[in-house]
Design a binder for this molecule. Structure first.
Ligand SMILES: Nc1ncnc2c1ncn2[C@@H]1O[C@H](COP(=O)(O)OP(=O)(O)O)[C@@H](O)[C@H]1O
Ligand SMILES: [Mg+2]
Ligand SMILES: [Zn+2]
Length: 288
């Protein structure tokens, strides 16, 4: 079955429904024909009134006895089941494609919002905000509301951000991309070489097309001011397109704010976003 098979199912179902409808009403009056009714027996559904239209004049018309209404109904049920199976297969392959494109690190393959166990009240609040974020995802997507997760390493910022991205993919089949600030800068700078196969615009599109972008390691010392500008270019382009972005940083809130500026933070928090501070010690009791 190729593309368009779904459309075919729909047409076949409509045809069967029309046939059932015709059989449920008295036979249509057509000049020079009569409808003969006899009792036929279906192996599966038993007796039914079988109609055969015959010509009364000299002209021959092709006649086919009517089918068992129970069988017609069964065919519709089977077609609906086929239709659903095909939709499920399509959804599964779409999810696989989106997960491939996410760039999900091995470590977070199993991370979900449900297997994050908050070790204190603050962590509980962060989890609650992330859960609210996922349940309001369609709105966040429309309004471009992002999140900032900052604070100590090992507190589960990546875990939660990637759990959100998986929800977006599995539940909504929206696209998401995980990357780091350094990777963005490197990719952008690679376009400056003569042999580059991507333009700056291509790189900007790669980071602004996904419905959700997660940028990790924001605030790691950049080589130059221009690298910081590249990051802002991506964040601002997404802001203008009203697309949600999640920024992750191991810097405390005020240092991150110094680094990227109040304005970027404000922009990030537009559209229902917010800033989460992860201030407790590493989940595994060790640093970084
Ligand atoms: N509260 C938690 N419950 C379950 N696993 C956690 C929790 N916090 C952290 N982890 C796990 O600890 C490891 C480090 O977390 P990570 O998300 O990388 O932290 P961060 O990004 O804040 O440095 C990951 O394997 C993550 O799944
Ligand atoms: Mg991290
Ligand atoms: Zn039948």
């Amino acid at each position: 079955m190729g593309i368009g098979a779904n459309m075919n199912y729909e047409e076949q179902i409509q045809q069967l429904q029309r046939n059932i409808h015709i059989l449920s009403a008295p036979p249509e009056e057509i000049p020079n024909t009569v409808v003969e009714v006899c009792t036929a027996v279906c192996d599966k559904h038993g007796k039914f009134d079988q109609r055969t239209r015959k010509a009364t004049g000299g002209i021959k018309i092709p006649t086919r006895p009517s089918e068992c209404p129970g069988c017609l109904q069964d065919k519709i049920t089977n077609l609906h089941a086929e239709q659903e199976k095909m939709a499920a297969r399509k959804k599964e392959s779409e999810i696989n494609r989106l997960i491939d494109n996410l760039n999900l690190p091995e470590r977070f393959k199993e991370s979900t919002l449900d297997n994050y166990s908050p070790s204190n009240a603050e962590a509980e609040r962060c989890l609650k905000v992330c859960k609210a974020y996922t349940s309001k995802w369609p709105e966040r997507l429309k309004q471009g509301g992002g999140l900032i997760m900052c604070g100590k390493p090992g507190t589960g910022k990546n875990h939660l951000a990637l759990a959100i991205s998986k929800h977006v993919i599995f539940e909504h089949q929206d696209s998401a991309l995980f990357t780091t600030a350094l990777r963005i800068a490197r990719k952008f700078k690679s376009t400056w070489s003569k042999s580059a196969d991507m333009t700056e615009q291509d790189v900007i599109s790669a980071y602004t097309d996904p419905d959700l972008l997660i940028i990790d390691e924001v605030g790691v010392q950049f080589g130059s001011e221009s690298e910081k500008l590249i990051l802002f270019e991506i964040i601002n382009t997404r802001y203008e397109k009203m697309k949600p972005t999640i920024l992750i940083s191991n810097l405390p809130k005020d240092e991150l704010s110094d680094f990227i500026g109040e304005r970027v933070i404000d922009r990030m928090n537009d559209g229902g976003g917010c800033t989460l501070a992860f201030t407790w010690d590493s989940y595994r009791g060790r640093n970084a």
